[in-house]
Write a protein that binds this ligand. Structure first.
Ligand SMILES: [Ca+2]
Length: 306
């Protein structure tokens, strides 16, 4: 029964002039947003409505509403939907290799030729937060193209993700820097599904205008009898070229510097204890992406003899 007002009429079978009618309001209380539906565990029956954004050769139908996306899949059954259709679906929640799905019992095409949701600009690292939604990933290098399997793409920071069964490309080739519009999917690990060749567009890097970001918790005190390790998270929209630690004994004119090296996602350098002085230590961190430089504010560290 559709959402809205409906009238229930009862007619006596003994005397058909005896009629009672009553108007009821039908609320679609069972219709959930996709995000609400996905918050429920597998096995629950849900009803959602969304636009079909991608259909693969196994008849996985990805649908998306304003809150999220989900895959419809029932034994490779043709659900009679096309990309751009608004589909109302009821079925059981399931998960396959990390992908949340609805196994549909009933599918209704509400309308056709709807515009696809605007892809959300995401990074490779957080693709899975947008599972079954349309996403855009910018400035990635195309790996070896494999239309039957995985095509790896790599961003400027070196993070990688596969495009599964990439469409045959015309304008773009291996090694090109591209922007990719895709549906975020997963098969044990996150992957992308690209609908048409036109969703992979060649791009060029403009001038790097965003300096690195230094995330450092200042060290306020140190032990003069121990080597002092200084660590910082340093990130950039493109690539970190160099990170250095500058330090001097308080009152000295010149800074000494040490390159900070990346270990476990943090840049670090060690000042040997022989270079520490009871007068105190001033230090700051400097980073460059090759174009833009940044320094973390100067810190005066008090050293103690313990
Ligand atoms: Ca930069």
């Amino acid at each position: 029964m559709a959402q809205g007002k409906a009238t229930i009429t009862a007619v006596s079978t003994h005397n058909n002039t005896i009629i009672a009618s009553h108007e009821i309001t039908v609320k679609s209380s069972s219709l959930k947003t996709i995000e609400e539906a996905k918050a429920l565990p597998d096995g629950n029956t849900v009803s959602v409505q969304g636009t079909v954004t991608f259909i693969d050769s196994n008849n996985n139908y990805y649908i998306q509403d304003d809150t999220g996306g989900i895959d419809l899949f029932k034994n490779r059954q043709d659900l009679g939907l096309s990309v751009g259709d608004m589909a109302a679906v009821t079925g059981k929640l399931a998960t396959y290799r990390g992908l949340r799905e609805i196994v549909p019992d009933g599918v209704v095409k509400v309308s056709s030729n709807n515009p696809l949701p605007e892809p959300k600009l995401v990074t490779i690292k957080d693709v899975n937060n947008y599972q079954s939604q349309r996403v855009k990933i910018e400035n990635v290098t195309l790996g070896t193209i494999n239309t039957d399997g995985n095509t790896e793409i790599t961003n400027l920071q070196g993070n990688k993700i596969n495009i599964y069964r990439i469409p045959m490309l015309k304008e773009v080739k291996e090694g090109d820097l591209v922007n990719v519009t895709a549906v975020a999917s997963i098969f044990d690990t996150p992957q992308l599904r690209v609908r048409v060749a036109e969703d992979i567009i060649k791009t060029e890097l403009g001038e790097d205008e965003v300096p690195p970001v230094i995330d450092h918790t200042p060290i306020m005190e140190g032990n003069i009898n121990l080597d002092l390790e200084v660590k910082a998270k340093v990130t950039d929209d493109r690539k970190i070229e160099k990170v250095k630690l500058y330090y001097r004994t308080k009152g000295e004119k010149d800074y000494k510097s040490k390159e900070m090296t990346l270990i476990d996602e943090e840049y670090g350098a060690v000042i040997p204890k022989v270079e520490l002085n009871i007068l105190g230590l001033e230090y700051y961190i400097w980073a460059t992406d090759g174009t833009n430089e940044i320094t973390d504010p100067k810190i005066i560290l008090i050293l103690h003899i313990l």
